[in-house]
Design a protein around this ligand. Structure first.
Ligand code: NAI
Length: 462
């Protein structure tokens, strides 16, 4: 008799959600986690703490730039960094403890320690051996650095160190204009740090809709972020108090260097599989060192599954959660499914950037006939009332059938607004379906309807 129906290794958004869903489906389940808190990278050193700092620094920005305009007078707030970090830590604690509560409520066993798969039906944690009919690998990812760059998490930091710097640095070089670099870069820029982003490619946020990227970069530059594009970082030399970043411009091989109090390396993440015993078991991996799975998240060993950042696909907490639910349902004998075509992406800067479905570039490459409906937040009364008129919504729909193929937006609450389109796409809706749906006034959501109208006869407030 196995101790468990399922043991999940990793308590991040993929693993803990999978555990709870397994329990809800009547399976006896345990979740193994070694970091001392549940929630994984997302809750401890990723999404949630960065959102706390983004909120705090955005509030400062509002006080500095918009309060007086609304008749809110008073001195400019000063930053108590210790207190801000304390607020962020409280947010982490409340959320991670919340998951422990959910585990108790759902009767999920929380096994503390680092797990190793010692047989196809066995997970060893310290001296304890646990048997399971099914094992789910949900071990996530870790920051990947560059050759010639040594991270000390003090002067040269990854996203982890950037969330707990001892003070607000006077200057920061961010290597990589991806999601992490831009979110953390804008936190520090708003707190007064001189931020320079060095990016290898010629555009920021690779893979996003090109038009959005251009507008986004312009807005960030207006907020004070400096960009050095088309620059390959060659190495970083650090002392105790500063670091020098050397880079080469791709267009002319010109070499240059930048000095800063802090360097954030944000050049991507890699799957975390250390110490799991996968090689000994013969678990197949991809060329990019991800755990290889089939369409049902099963590895080449029948009883072992894998989900989240450790497998192929976007490294996003909500993608991992969806896979966690689907794999639980699959193990319980149901038909677990994830629609990879409708996974939203959000960048939580101010304004936010959000997208779902295909970009214009992808549709062009495919040779698909499409139409574009665009609407600027300048035409949205609510956005104008709260100084958030910068940005726009773009809906892409099939030219013949009007079916929504994608949506890309930059503007207020973009990360919330995008879900209207996710639901529409899940239901195979047309742009006209959205345009004919009554949207409350005055809301930012009206901009979504206007963009949908622009796919047809035209937006009203354009
Ligand atoms: P990323 O892959 O999004 O961006 C890395 C950037 O670094 C790329 O633009 C790349 O061209 C650049 N780069 C690589 N080598 C370079 C070099 N030598 N010199 C200059 N530039 C170089 O990676 P990032 O931002 O570290 O994020 C990692 C993962 O975490 C991503 O999959 C991201 O989706 C996820 N994430 C998502 C968040 C969200 O959804 N809001 C928040 C934070 C992370």
């Amino acid at each position: 008799m196995a101790d468990y129906d399922v043991i999940i290794i990793g308590g991040g958004p993929g693993g803990y959600v999978c555990a709870i869903r397994c329990a809800q489906l009547g399976l006896k389940v345990a979740c193994v986690e070694g970091r001392g808190a549940l929630g994984g990278t997302c809750l401890n050193v990723g999404c949630i703490p960065s959102k706390a700092l983004l909120h705090a620094s955005h509030s400062l920005h509002e006080a500095e730039h918009n309060f007086e305009k609304m008749g809110l007078m008073g001195g400019k707030p000063t930053v108590d960094w210790g207190k801000m970090i304390g607020y962020k830590d409280d947010v982490i604690k409340a959320n991670t403890q919340g998951i422990e509560f959910l585990f108790k409520k759902n009767k999920v066993d929380y096994i503390k320690g680092w797990g190793k798969i010692t047989a196809k039906d066995e997970v060893t944690v310290g001296d304890d051996v646990h048997k399971a009919k099914n094992i789910v690998i949900a071990t996530g990812s870790e920051p990947s650095t560059l050759p010639g760059v040594e991270v000390d998490e003090k002067v040269v930091v990854t996203s982890t160190g950037a969330l707990s710097l001892p003070k607000v640095p006077k200057s920061m070089v961010v290597i990589g204009a991806g999601v992490i670099g831009l979110e953390m870069g804008s936190v520090y820029a708003r707190l007064g740090t001189e931020v320079t982003v060095v990016e290898y490619l010629d555009a920021i946020t690779p893979g996003m809709d090109g038009e959005i990227c251009k507008v986004f970069q312009r807005m960030l530059a207006k907020q004070g972020l400096k960009f050095i594009m088309g620059a390959a970082v060659q190495g970083v030399k650090a002392t105790k108090s500063k670091a020098t970043v050397s880079y080469k411009l791709r267009k002319n091989d010109k070499e240059a260097a930048l000095e800063a109090e802090c360097v954030l390396v944000a050049t991507g993440r890699r799957p975390y599989t250390e110490g799991l015993g996968l090689a000994e078991l013969g678990v197949e991996m991809t060329e990019r060192k991800q755990v290889k799975t089939d369409a049902h998240w099963r590895t080449n060993i029948e009883s072992i599954y894998a989900i989240g950042d450790v497998i192929v696909g976007p490294m996003l907490a909500h993608k991992a959660e969806d896979e966690g639910i689907a794999v639980a349902e699959t193990i319980a004998g149901q038909a677990g499914h994830v629609n990879y075509g409708v996974i939203p992406g959000v960048i939580y800067t101010a304004p936010e950037v959000a997208s779902v479905g295909q970009t214009e570039e992808q549709l062009k490459d495919e040779g698909r006939a499409y139409k574009v409906g665009k609407f600027s937040f300048m035409g949205n009364a609510r956005a104008k009332a709260v100084f958030a008129g910068d940005g726009f919504v773009k809906i892409l729909a099939d030219k013949d059938t009007d079916r929504v193929l994608g949506c890309h937006l930059i503007g207020p609450s973009a990360g919330e607004l995008i879900h209207e389109i996710c639901v529409a796409m899940e239901f195979g809706a047309s742009a006209e379906d959205i345009a004919r749906t009554c949207h409350a006034h005055p809301t930012f959501s009206e901009a979504m309807r206007e963009a949908a109208l622009a796919c047809g006869d035209g937006a009203v407030h354009a």
